[in-house]
Design a protein around this ligand. Structure first.
Ligand code: ARG
Length: 400
């Protein structure tokens, strides 16, 4: 039988050519699926029609924005997840939701293959294929750029030869991936890691060096979820969008990093993630106020592991599920308000209040009304230091 392929379609050069290329090289019929994860830019209906014009037998758009915000971005916020302490997992988070829609489309259209536009050098091929094979072991995966030698030059030739409705001259020298959680830019002159990023790379954020009046914002959380901004109810998607605009206006969330890819390469990425970085700053601070010390310390390690799993393409894994259960528990008390000043590339917390606060004024104060019994400190210190004091004494005895 003829293969039927569902292709993850972005509307760009590689996946537009991919439609005809897959057909030419394998004889398969191609169904295009564009998933809206809040990437903005071109109208999704224009993208849907372009796929048909490029030879797709069917073309669909899946609006996954709310689902992406609620089921992928929110857990990342509850974890304060930052890969290598820096990268808020922009692309990594979007792959599993795209996978879900690809698999659903494969079932709907009776396809036996799922294709994507990734190269053979990155993380995203792993995330797509591990996800697809976990959810639907009967599907096979195809990456035309990697498996059918669809190089950039061939793609441009093909588009011109076939008269595809894409502007090959507008192809940027950068590889860009974006969604509502942020934007990733790589390749081009950035591959020399001594080269500083230039202003034109950015689109979610303004130059933080330009002086502007500060913006003050109050974010209300309910069990780790942002539910109000300046007193107005928001969905998770709205919270991200509003904070993208407000934090982006002050140049917050620009990240220039050399990171470790799963396939063993160190690569340089420029990210901008204004809303998420501001939300994570606020959420972390409310964690500090409301989560008991041992649980808080432990959860930092959990967050790191969570970020590594998601980065490494193991969203659909028992450990990620289990860690999310623990993070739900950690977030059970994370309700209250955080006030921040947005200015000069930074979101700075200036106030916090919560009914679930563990901050006790009486215990903390140096003024009158102190309820902390300082006389207990002496004995505590004696016992706390006992093991290390004994070890020091032993070493002095033996080694002098
Ligand atoms: N390095 C990041 C990651 O693996 C971003 C990759 C995004 N892709 C791109 N074409 N820039 O999650």
């Amino acid at each position: 039988m003829t293969d039927r392929v569902v292709l993850a379609y972005s509307g760009g050069l590689d996946t537009s050519v991919g439609i005809g290329w897959v057909k030419e090289q394998t004889g398969a019929e191609v169904i295009a699926l564009a998933v809206d994860v809040g990437q903005g830019g071109e109208d999704m209906e224009v993208i849907r029609k372009r796929a048909l014009a490029c030879g797709a037998v069917e073309s669909e758009v899946a609006d996954a924005r709310e689902e992406f915000a609620d089921e992928y971005c929110l857990p990342a916020l509850k974890a304060d997840a930052l890969y290598m302490d820096r990268y808020p997992l922009v692309s990594a988070l979007s792959r599993p939701v795209i996978v879900k829609h690809l698999v659903a489309a494969a079932h709907k259209y009776n396809a036996n293959v799922v294709a994507h536009g990734c190269t053979g050098k990155g993380n995203d091929q792993v995330r797509f294929e591990v996800g697809i094979r976990n959810l639907a072991p009967n599907l096979t995966c195809l990456a035309p750029v990697r498996d059918l030698a669809l190089t950039r030059d061939k793609a441009i030739d093909f588009a011109e030869r076939e008269g595809l409705p894409i502007d090959v001259t507008s192809k940027s020298p950068y590889s860009i991936d974006q969604n509502v959680w942020g934007r990733a830019v790589e390749t081009g002159f950035l591959e020399d890691i001594w080269n500083g990023p230039t202003e034109h790379l950015y689109s979610y954020t303004q130059d933080p060096a330009v002086p502007r009046e500060a913006d003050e914002v109050v974010i209300t959380f309910d069990r780790g979820r942002p539910v109000k901004i300046d007193g107005q109810d928001v969905t998770m998607l709205q919270a991200i969008e509003i904070m993208n605009a407000r934090a982006g206006a002050h140049g917050i969330g620009r990240i220039d990093v050399v990171e470790d890819r799963l396939v063993g390469i160190k690569s340089r990425e420029i990210y901008e993630s204004p809303g998420p970085m501001a939300l994570i700053t606020a959420h972390m601070e409310l964690m500090n106020v409301t989560v008991e010390r041992e649980l808080l310390r432990y959860s930092r390690g959990v967050s790191q592991r969570w970020g590594e799993l998601v980065y490494d393409g193991l969203w659909f894994s028992p450990l990620r599920n289990a860690l999310d259960g623990l993070l739900e528990d950690v977030n059970a008390s994370v309700s209250g308000e955080v006030r921040m000043t947005l200015q000069g590339g930074r979101a700075v917390v200036t106030g916090r209040r919560s009914d679930a606060s563990l901050y006790d004024y009486g215990l903390a104060t140096y003024d009158s009304g102190d309820t902390f019994d300082q006389s207990l400190a002496h004995g505590f210190i004696e016992l706390w230091g006992l093991p290390s004091r004994m070890a020091y004494a032993r070493d002095n005895r033996i080694h002098g």
